[in-house]
Write a protein that binds this ligand. Structure first.
Ligand code: COI
Length: 354
């Protein structure tokens, strides 16, 4: 890519890399040496800079802190055996970030700011990309309103940043999830399809209640009738039913997941039948009872594929078949891992090499 941005670079005096135990990386607690920042002022993006990772100063009257005018993305970088960084589908994250920005009255972020900011950071912090199995560099671009003003209206000033975090697996075991029939993650006309902080904040309390009952996460249902399943935790939800790959169809209440899209694309490439449609709680629970549902998993960037061990509904737990028997989700996980690490051909053009 031709560099067009004028990015001012300030390097760390000394790297923290040697302090990281790459064989034991918790999710989201360790951050690479540098971060990228851009400011939106008077209707334009500028002041592009890379600085040492660290705290930032914001006004206590920053609207993002009060009203949640903030959005984010998550994507991952891996390394191949030629020491090249392989980033998975970054342009799809950039596109989705602008869908979120539009819904939250935030400014359009041009492609070159997203991509050159990310590429500059990856080049500088290439050695922070873990190579241990199941690990990667989690890239977190985010944008927040930054005007000093606590009246309610769309902000005029914004900040866009990218921070990078070497991460290990998100879940260490298959997950236990409960079908949620009281609380709601998203409703039609709301912000469920946007990757905005408030969606995640509102999900914490119901998830906490489920965790107190021994579940890892929830299966969210629609906000009107709690009749249809939508997502699981922070992931899209997928099943194999009668050898068909089934997932809730996209709409206002469901995030347009990039892992979701990748799983469906591979399934179609392999000639499997795929259905994106409404899935009722009843169909799911009946299918679990009869054995018609042979696989269930969450699909997301952080976890890639999170096998679901059991699903709780109305006080009963329904177990899925053992993970070793799940042909589709294991195959898809292996294929995606291979593409991301450059050991399998990237026939879909998903890899951006740096
Ligand atoms: C992801 O799967 O990428 C997510 O959105 C999870 C993240 C909130 C940690």
């Amino acid at each position: 890519m031709v560099e067009t941005l004028d990015i001012k670079i300030t390097k760390v005096a000394s790297s923290r890399l040697a302090q990281v135990d790459f064989n034991n990386i918790p999710f989201g607690k360790v951050y690479a040496d540098h971060m990228f920042i851009a400011d939106y002022r008077k209707g334009d993006w500028g002041h592009f800079r890379v600085v040492p990772y660290g705290h930032i100063q914001v006004s206590p009257a920053t609207p993002a802190l009060h009203y949640g005018q903030s959005i984010f993305e998550g994507l991952k970088a891996y390394k191949n055996d030629r020491n090249e960084a392989l980033v998975f589908r970054p342009l799809d994250n950039w596109k989705r970030m602008n869908i979120s920005a539009d819904r939250l009255c935030m400014p359009y972020l041009p492609e070159d700011i997203f991509m050159e900011g990310m590429e500059t950071l990856i080049r500088m912090d290439r050695n922070w990309i873990p190579t241990t199995l199941g690990s990667s560099l989690y890239i977190r671009p985010f944008m927040f309103s930054a005007e000093e003003y606590i009246g309610i209206r769309p902000s005029l000033d914004f900040t866009f940043m990218i921070i990078n975090s070497p991460v290990g697996p998100y879940y260490s075991t298959p997950v236990r999830v409960k079908i949620e029939t009281k609380y709601t993650r998203a409703i039609e006309g709301g912000t469920g399809f946007a990757k905005t902080g408030g969606n995640y904040a509102g999900s914490l309390y119901p998830a906490k209640l489920a965790q107190e009952q021994g579940y890892h996460q929830l299966i969210w249902t629609d906000g009107k009738e709690h009749k249809y399943v939508e997502e699981s935790g922070t992931m899209n939800l997928m099943f194999v039913m009668d050898d068909v790959v089934v997932t809730p169809e996209l709409g206002d209440t469901i995030l347009r997941g990039i892992t979701r899209d990748s799983v469906l694309a591979l399934a179609r490439q392999w000639g499997l039948k795929v259905e994106e449609r409404k899935v009722t709680v009843k169909e799911l629970v009946d299918g679990l009872k009869s054995g018609r549902v042979t696989e269930a998993f969450g699909a997301g960037t952080a976890a890639t594929i999170a096998h679901i061990e059991l699903i709780g509904y109305e006080g009963k737990n329904y177990f899925l078949p053992p993970v070793e028997t799940r042909r589709f989700s294991n195959r898809v996980l292996e294929e995606l891992d291979g593409i991301k690490h450059g050991t399998r051909p990237d026939t879909m053009g998903w890899i951006h090499t740096i």
